[in-house]
Design a protein around this ligand. Sequence first.
Ligand code: C2E
Ligand code: MG
Length: 439
Amino acid sequence: TTEIYTLSLHDALPIYRLNQALFVAWRQKVQHAMLYVVIDHWQTLLAEHGRSEIDLLYQQIGQKFTDVLREEDTVASLGDGVFAILLSHIDSDNEVATTEVGHVLNKLTGVFEQVFVVAQEVLLLSSSVGVAMIPSDGDDAQAIMKNAEKAAKRVAQRGGDGFAFYAEKLQKQSDFRFNVMRQLQQALDADQFQVHYQAIVTHDGQIIGVEALLYWQHPEQGLVGPEQFIPIAEECGLIKQIGTWVLQKVSQQFVEFRKLDVNGQLAYIAVNISAHQFHAPGFYQVVNQVIRESGIEPEQLMLEITESLMHQDIERTSKMLLQLSALGVAFTLDDFGTGYSSLTNLGQLPIRQLKIDQSFVDNVNEIDARRIIEMIITMAGYLDAEVIAKGVETSEQQHKLYKLGCLKYQGFLFNKPVSADEFSQLLAQEQESRAFAVL
Ligand code: C2E
Ligand code: MG
């Protein structure tokens, strides 16, 4: 467990730990974060309740912080309602780093959602947190600590109850995430989401399936791709609502697509499902209800999940998969080959398709990638699953995949994700040309 160091700001231990972290950061090119946490209105609390009561409170808070942090993190009590928290091994990519730090900050402020009782009085607390990154925000431990403190002061001056990054770039990044979160909440009501559709085809160009991809028509920024906002929606829990909307929307749309599909080739619509969405209570009911209300056949609904979803609580996950597949819906394992699924686990699960990750398609000229593709195809044989290659951009890639035994594809070579209207046209055209070919 994490230890709490009870020290003053000038004591050697936090500085020693910081120096150590700095050293590791430079040597291993990894990033750490230093949080300077000031409990708001500490002096007032002290004046109102006296030293011994407040010392107890201080210890309680320190303990609660420790409980929500990871083992490798360090909490140092600096006195006067201040804590220094060292988060080790933060991702070196700034975008990921702000998410990681934001996540920890959520957990820390979550501590203040509970009430603290001092001398039978209920206290509602908050904190001002400054964040300095190691090694980029200072040349030595003192500088890092000073800069984290400066950032915390900025928050306190604005009235407290918040956090700030010392580095402007990270602050901007974090503001962006915060803004997106706020705007995402309104996006559903304002009808700013759009679904784009991309065909899944056989080697002779027949459209057998379609994948739904969510885009955001942002009032100022224009069309925003899913990679920019789905992770943020996942982080703040909005993915549940958004995901339900997508399921409703695309199931209704699929019923329309099928009306154009006179030859009856379009078998299913694939919908991406986040782990958060899948594991959220009520997901089964959502799927069940969508099927009943939209008129889509359960067999026409293909849920795309990733291997990582199965790392969490395999028992509960497989139960859910079996329950849903009893409804009739099928599952695709997306980005297959990048996770760590074992055949033993997969063998017991209702998996209809494996989607080969684009990285293997990109490198299909290299022997290593080809070996993995062959392995996936063999595995699919055991699982009685289909194989689809995604991100196919050239006919050369398609040809190579075909020779390896992969007969279904998705990618820019065939079509980019397009609006429902454009996809309808594509479908109609394809049907026409096929009817012509038959004649
Ligand atoms: P994904 O499920 O792997 O979707 C395929 C991505 O590859 C799409 O990116 C698609 O535009 C892109 N793509 C297709 N063909 C090609 C190609 O030939 N070359 C290249 N370079 N890219 C190709 P997109 O639309 O940006 O979607 C990104 C990811 O966002 C999706 O990856 C999926 O994980 C997630 N996503 C999209 N819609 C939803 C949704 O409704 N719910 C959830 N939970 N996630 C979604
Ligand atoms: Mg997908």
